[in-house]
Design a protein around this ligand. Structure first.
Ligand code: NAD
Length: 295
């Protein structure tokens, strides 16, 4: 039985690899951090001692890594070691240009490649309900689908190489901007004497409604499941939001597109992360807006 090589068994990769094991795949995993490797081993992943050892027997190479540099460095090391026509499936969130460069490396070595960044966070990774935004040729997308199906609930083929990353950063730019807009509205509403519930009851059923308000409401109360009700723990970390906003701005600069609100959101999240640290849910930005009225 050919295996799936899974490189990067961190917060996201660990549970994604576990879901492949649950679906009956033989998964050969590698991560340089012993704790990450050990917890994947508990979920049934066979841990090997190098990326090369994982790739040699695999028909699919999955990566879930921190940055484009990690992905490119690794691809440079392993594309020549893989079996011919291996599917390289990178699920990391990285720059569009890096995703295209990674796919070119894989294709030039005789393989198929897709970028397939995800939305759904650690909870979606564990539950197998991730959404994948996929970039690559149609044949590669079709080859990737069964594996994506085992780790997620929804897949959109967005176009050629890099299109998955493009969709991901455009979506998250909307999210960063809309979270600031919703947070400013709660700050202004409070100053004008509105209760949070009254503003929510109107805006959530009127033209102000959006995911940042109705699912991830930044103030405690109106949406009991939102991270605001648990001290902003366990959501989408503001450090990751900042990473994605920076990727959107790098892409906007490269494409010579003016994204003024995206830039503003990037600056605000950079300030917020510098003050608050990267760990709390990104909706915690409302706390600074209410304290000093900036943004
Ligand atoms: P993480 O830091 O928990 O995991 C990354 C893992 O990659 C680490 O365990 C690290 O040791 C490992 N690694 C580094 N170099 C490696 C190499 N050469 N070979 C094998 N493993 C290597 O990060 P994460 O939260 O799992 O995020 C991974 C990617 O998913 C990032 O690109 C992130 O932006 C994206 N993402 C994260 C979330 C989330 O909620 N955490 C949501 C969507 C997308």
């Amino acid at each position: 039985m050919m295996a799936v090589a899974f490189l990067g068994l961190g917060n996201m990769g660990g549970p994604m690899a576990a879901n492949l094991v649950k679906a009956g795949e033989k998964v050969l995993g590698y991560d340089p951090v012993p704790e990450a490797a050990a917890s994947a081993a508990e979920a049934g992943v066979s841990i090997v001692d190098s990326p090369a050892a994982a790739v040699a027997e695999a028909q699919v190479v999955l990566t879930m890594l921190p940055s484009g540099k990690h992905v490119l460095d690794l691809y440079r090391d392993i594309v020549a070691l893989a079996q011919p026509d291996t599917l390289f499936l990178d699920c990391s969130t990285i720059e569009v240009a890096d995703a295209r460069a990674a796919a070119e490396l894989a294709v030039a070595a005789g393989h198929q490649a897709v970028d397939a960044p995800v939305s759904g966070g650690v909870v979606g990774a564990a539950a197998g309900t991730l959404t994948f935004m996929v970039g690559g040729r149609s044949e590669a997308f079709i080859a990737a689908e069964p594996y994506l199906h085992r780790m997620g609930a929804k897949f959109v083929h967005c176009g050629d190489s890099g299109a998955g990353q493009a969709a991901k950063i455009c979506n998250n730019m909307i999210l960063g901007v809309s979270m600031i807009a919703v947070s400013e509205a709660f700050a202004l509403g409070q100053a004008l004497g509105l209760t949070d519930q009254a503003l929510f009851d109107v805006a959530s059923t009127a033209s102000g409604q959006c995911w940042a308000l109705t699912t991830n409401c930044p103030v405690p109360g109106p949406v009991p499941a939102s991270p605001a009700n648990r001290g902003y723990q366990g959501g989408f970390a503001s450090g990751l939001m900042l990473k994605d906003l920076r990727l959107s701005q790098a892409a906007a600069e490269a494409a010579d597109v003016r994204t003024a609100l995206g830039k503003h959101a990037t600056d605000r999240y950079a300030e917020f992360v510098a003050e608050d640290g990267p760990g709390r849910d990104f909706s915690a930005i409302v706390t600074t807006l209410r304290e000093n009225g900036t943004a």
